[in-house]
Design a protein around this ligand. Structure first.
Ligand SMILES: [Fe+2]
Length: 292
């Protein structure tokens, strides 16, 4: 085997959700047929309070048709713009749900904002695995490594699997730049430092985005490389300094509206994708008035 190759090379399939501009991934170990699902999406019509599973069903059908075994359901972070379908997929295909250990900070913050009672645990116990910086886990014969990349949220992690890295919202495509850093617990300086960790991976590393909005009318895209980001990223490329980034990011974030689905997303995703229930056990979402 060539000393230049970043072996092994996992097979990566992206599934774009046009309602939320999220890309979910199936990552497969070609040697064992084991796979992982990264950042799945549950469909919601928020105005109607209706939840459906078309996007998740497409992924389930894709894995089932190929006879692959699902080992992991990974959340790169607690998303504020879509709901996770991890428990729904887990119920059909098995696998363990994993997220960064700093989920406990996110649960603390939003437990208060949503005035959750004591039955809402803030210890991350809703998840099957909590990753620390540098932790590894297996997808069949592949070794995946979780790198703590906070800034967008405190619990954000980048997952490096062979020559591929799933960056969550740490980076966007080069012409999209970077994600906002103004949610509770977010920090533009930390985001800059986290982006540097991703850019320190080998130049040929394949980078997979969690979101794409097709800036300036280009087609939706979700795969790039470390070399491309270093050379062309409009927010951090070409050696933009930490100070410049913080100034730019802070100004930009002050002009952004809240994501349309932030209120249902946080309540569901801080529970590992479970829909909260009221005292009688019925699925129910809250709206904290002037709380965000
Ligand atoms: Fe996000």
């Amino acid at each position: 085997m060539s000393s230049h190759s970043l072996s092994p090379r996992p097979e990566v399939h992206g599934f774009f959700d046009p309602a939320t501009n999220t890309i979910s991934y199936v990552v497969r170990d070609p040697a064992s047929d084991a796979c992982a699902v990264i950042d799945s999406v549950m469909d919601i019509d928020y105005a109607a309070g209706r939840i459906t599973y078309d996007h998740a069903d497409e992924i389930i059908a894709f894995i089932t048709a190929r006879g692959w075994r699902l080992d992991w359901l990974i959340e790169t972070h607690v998303h504020a713009d879509h709901l996770s379908a991890a428990p729904y997929i887990q119920a059909k295909l098995g696998g363990r749900i994993g997220i960064g250990e700093k989920i406990t900070e996110v649960q603390e913050t939003f437990g208060k904002i949503f005035n959750e009672g004591t039955e809402f645990q803030r210890d991350g116990s809703q998840f099957d695995a909590l990753f620390k910086d540098g932790d590894t886990y297996a997808i069949g014969g592949l070794t995946a490594r979780a790198i703590h990349t906070p800034g967008h949220t405190p619990a954000c992690m980048t997952h490096v699997i062979g020559d591929a890295a799933f960056v969550g919202d740490t980076l966007f495509m080069p012409d999209g730049g970077s994600a906002r850093a103004d949610f509770p617990g977010g920090d533009a300086g930390e985001l800059y430092d986290s982006i540097q960790k991703v850019l320190a991976l080998p130049d040929e590393t394949r980078l997979f985005m969690c979101h794409d909005y097709g800036p300036n009318g280009r087609d939706i895209a979700w795969e790039t490389t470390v070399a491309e980001e270093k050379a062309h990223n409009i927010h951090v490329g070409q050696g933009r300094t930490r100070e410049e980034f913080i100034r730019f990011r802070t100004e930009r974030d002050a002009s952004l509206a809240m994501p349309k689905l932030i209120i249902p997303s946080l309540q569901v995703n801080m529970r590992a994708g479970e829909i909260p229930t009221d005292a009688s056990g019925r699925p129910m979402l809250k709206v904290p008035v002037n709380g965000l």
